[in-house]
Design a binder for this molecule. Structure first.
Ligand code: NAX
Length: 328
């Protein structure tokens, strides 16, 4: 049997956690033959820790054959000990009267502490996914707070945007999602993200030609994908949770197992590709092989795409500048 892998999840008693943990323990993330140990972090607060205990009782009651251990933590230094994977879901939500700047700063503090803890105690090969918003900037902060770990080990979740885009393209073309290849989402996990189907194919045929409607792209598709989170809140009264957990599973699964040459989207520290400044945590089209992602190179960026990419990059640059003083 394989050696169990250690998986840390923060915000484990939250909404996303409630969908995510069961799927990790069920083998959806790392494979049906890979035992896992869950190391769960919640804030040091009686109510949160009690709720976490309740979730753990339910996980026990699933009797997952692959679950080789499970612990509850309120300190990232113990939660992240020796972890192979870390899913950083817990974050500070925007409270009433809270400005964007306050939100950025509150989260910068959380992700500085967690980055330092990963740096100190996690496996040197830890794969980190940041889900908690603002996801790209939080991932950037964690990466910068962990100088002894390779920067490439830190990623942000753009996969929900990617999956939302896939679903919209499938609905528009009337083709199954599984037939769509070479879709990508550029930039920040925010309404400024740029979902790009210019290179996408279905059974080898161009999706752009099939849809052949630039106005639909600009006025319907991009706003629908960009504002999907708000539409879910409006309809459900709660933010996306099961779909976010599903996207986190997809992201980690593909990073661990590979994509077999197919494209997906990951928020990763830029290597300068496509003019995105080094280390900017940016959504790129990638392929994954042997646990290493690679940016798809050589794609033509037309004028419309460049404008969209500039817009999402500007937002990310402003977010980064807003927390720069905390990283010095
Ligand atoms: P919840 O508020 O239901 O749960 C968050 C949990 O995190 C809470 O239990 C809280 O106690 C815990 N927490 C807060 N700070 C913590 C810390 N420093 N250490 C450990 N735990 C901590 O939120 P939920 O709906 O689960 O969403 C979690 C985060 O995901 C939010 O920031 C949300 O904005 C973000 N999202 C990101 C998405 C993405 O695509 N990147 C999509 C979905 C989601 O909106």
């Amino acid at each position: 049997a394989k050696t169990p892998m250690r998986v840390a999840v923060t915000g484990a008693a939250g909404q996303i956690g409630y969908s995510l943990l069961f799927r990790i323990a069920n083998g959806d993330m790392l494979g049906k033959d890979q035992p896992v140990i869950l190391q769960l972090l919640e804030i040091d607060n009686e109510k949160a820790q009690k709720a976490l205990k309740g979730v753990m009782m339910e996980i026990d009651d699933c009797a997952f054959p692959l679950l080789a251990g499970m612990t509850a933590h309120s300190d990232p230094m113990t939660a992240f000990k020796d972890v192979d994977f870390a899913l950083l879901v817990g974050a500070r939500p925007r409270g009433p009267g809270m400005e964007r700047k306050d939100l950025l700063e509150a989260n910068a503090q959380i992700f500085t502490v967690q980055g330092k803890a990963l740096d100190a105690v996690a496996s040197r090969n830890v794969k980190v996914l940041v889900v908690g918003n603002p996801a790209n900037t939080n991932a950037y902060i964690a990466m910068k707070s962990a100088p002894s770990l390779p920067a490439k080990n830190f990623t942000a979740m753009l996969r929900l945007d990617h999956n939302r885009a896939l679903s919209q393209v499938a609905a528009k073309t009337g083709k199954p999602v599984s037939s769509i290849e070479k879709l990508a989402v550029w930039g920040n996990h925010s309404p400024t993200m740029y979902a790009d189907y210019r290179f996408a194919t279905i059974d080898g045929a161009s999706v752009k030609d099939m849809i052949n409607d630039d106005a639909w792209n600009r006025d319907t598709f991009l706003p629908t994908v960009g504002k999907r989170g708000a539409a879910i809140i409006e309809a459900r009264g709660l933010s996306s949770a099961a779909s976010a957990a599903n996207a986190a599973i997809d992201h980690m699964h593909d990073w661990h197992v590979g994509t077999g040459g197919k494209w997906t989207t990951m928020g990763i520290p830029s290597d300068g590709s496509y003019g995105i400044p080094q280390d900017t945590m940016f959504g790129f089209p990638v392929t994954v092989e042997n646990g290493e992602y690679k940016i798809v190179q050589g794609l033509e960026i037309d004028e419309f795409s460049q404008e969209r990419i500039n817009l999402t990059l500007k937002e990310l640059t402003e977010e980064r500048d807003g927390v720069a003083h905390l990283l010095a």
